[in-house]
Design a binder for this molecule. Structure first.
Ligand SMILES: Cc1ncc(COP(=O)(O)O)c(C=O)c1O
Length: 416
């Protein structure tokens, strides 16, 4: 089966692609969030509606979705209580002239969730709060350089992006130092030699990148990060935009034994409504007050109401335990299905955010065939991005997915 000859998109989806190709710029703009990231025709290009753990494309085909909007869907699409909270707020106001009360309420709640945090800021996307956290660290320390690691993704801000911008480098980009993940000695040496110019370490909880095995930080590496904070006053800006709520109910830094100076959240926070946030320690407040930061829609209040409902339901329903149990069930089933089909696979990363790799599959061509076969049978199992579990995935959905994966493995050619 050639993907191009048998795209998962039906006639309406294909017609929309034809129009999109005329008026969208293409290239890197929108790319990683478009179905094209997996190769045109592997995944449905246009989603008309979503409910629970399922999405329906414009041609009316429904899929069990394990991308979860690339993170935001943590409770289930269109969770009734989140929708009701957002609607109630929208009936009062969405964007009005000054602060909505929901701003204070949501920041109070966020600050209270993370021990040691004193104040917070909400925004709309992860990139904005990560960049703001970096600015706070620079303002506080009076230093410019920020350490990040290997291919770590921190959003598309050109300064923090994990690929150099195509145009001339700005000074900001020059102030980013990329060190190897899990090399405590390099980190310690760098921090000792450049303490007077290093403002922050910008950290993800995992080294988790498309097409690669997920690598957890080693205890020694974590020790070097703590030492950089303690010895050199380097600020730890923890980027929990992607992993927040899926590695730990409070923050992914907690199981790592880290105490960030700034923690940034996004994606799952509003269960699909556009809200991101950072929380920070008291010592950064004076620096934060000197920063000019605003945007037209940062006070849009229905997303704040959605976030408060999300946090309430997430804790009340112990969603973290649920996604862990569903993730374990999926992992066991996928491993068994692959073994039965004679496919050598690596199932890597936390069970709530796993990545599937096929053995001897340079470039991931066979994995795309697997993903296309799964799409055709009604499951979105992205071949490039990690999968995400949600509170709406129930055992029956997982078992249906495992049965789909078994057929997809059988249809996927072996290596060579
Ligand atoms: C770890 C991490 N940080 C930051 C971001 C940027 O968030 P946003 O795309 O909402 O700007 C992302 C987005 O995928 C992310 O995965």
């Amino acid at each position: 089966m050639s993907i191009a000859q048998d795209p998962v998109d039906g006639p309406i989806g294909q017609a929309l692609w034809a129009r999109a190709d005329q008026v969208l710029p293409g290239g890197g703009i929108y790319y990683s969030r478009s179905a094209d990231f997996a190769g045109r025709g592997v995944l449905p290009g246009f989603i008309a509606s979503a409910q629970g753990c399922r999405v329906t494309d414009v041609d009316g085909r429904t899929y069990i979705d394990f991308l979860c909007a690339n993170g935001p869907n943590i409770l289930g699409y269109r969770h009734p209580e989140v929708e009701a909270a957002a609607r109630r707020q929208a009936e009062q106001q969405t964007s009005a002239s000054f602060f909505p009360p929901a701003l204070v309420e949501v920041i109070e709640r966020l600050v209270a969730r993370v021990p040691g945090m004193a104040f917070g800021v909400t925004s709309k996307n992860g990139s904005e709060v990560v960049s703001l956290g970096v600015r706070m660290a620079r303002q506080h320390t009076g230093r410019r350089t920020v350490i990040t690691f290997d291919r770590a993704y921190h959003g598309s801000d050109p300064e923090l992006a994990n690929r150099p911008p195509p145009g001339p480098l700005s000074d900001g980009v020059r102030d980013i130092v990329r060190l190897p993940w899990n090399d405590p000695q390099r980190l310690a040496d760098h921090c000792a030699a450049h303490a007077d110019t290093t403002a922050a370490i910008l950290l993800n909880p995992l080294d988790q990148n498309p097409g690669l095995q997920t690598v957890a930080p080693s205890p020694e590496f974590l020790g070097a990060i703590r030492a950089a904070q303690a010895r050199h006053d380097i600020q730890l800006v923890f980027d929990d935009v992607r992993h927040g709520f899926r590695l730990d109910p409070v923050g992914s830094f907690r199981p790592l034994g880290l105490e960030p100076d700034v923690a940034a959240f996004g994606k799952a926070l509003g269960n699909g409504y556009a809200i991101s946030a950072l929380v920070a320690r008291e010592h950064l407040r004076a620096a934060a007050r000197k920063i000019f930061y605003t945007s037209t829609f940062m006070f849009e209040a229905s997303a704040m109401a959605a976030a408060m409902a999300m946090l309430e339901i997430y804790e009340r329903d112990n969603v973290f335990a649920h996604i862990t149990a569903m993730g374990e069930r999926l992992r066991a089933g996928i491993l068994a299905a692959a073994a039965k089909a004679g496919q050598a696979i690596t199932y890597t990363g936390p069970v709530t955010m796993p990545t599937l790799l096929l053995a001897d599959d340079p470039g991931g061509a066979r994995l795309k065939m697997f993903a296309r076969a799964a799409s055709g049978r009604g499951a979105i199992l992205h071949p490039n991005l990690n999968w995400n579990l949600s509170g709406a995935h129930q055992p029956a959905d997982i078992d249906e997915t495992i049965a789909i994966a078994a057929e997809a493995f059988a249809e996927t050619p072996g290596p060579g």
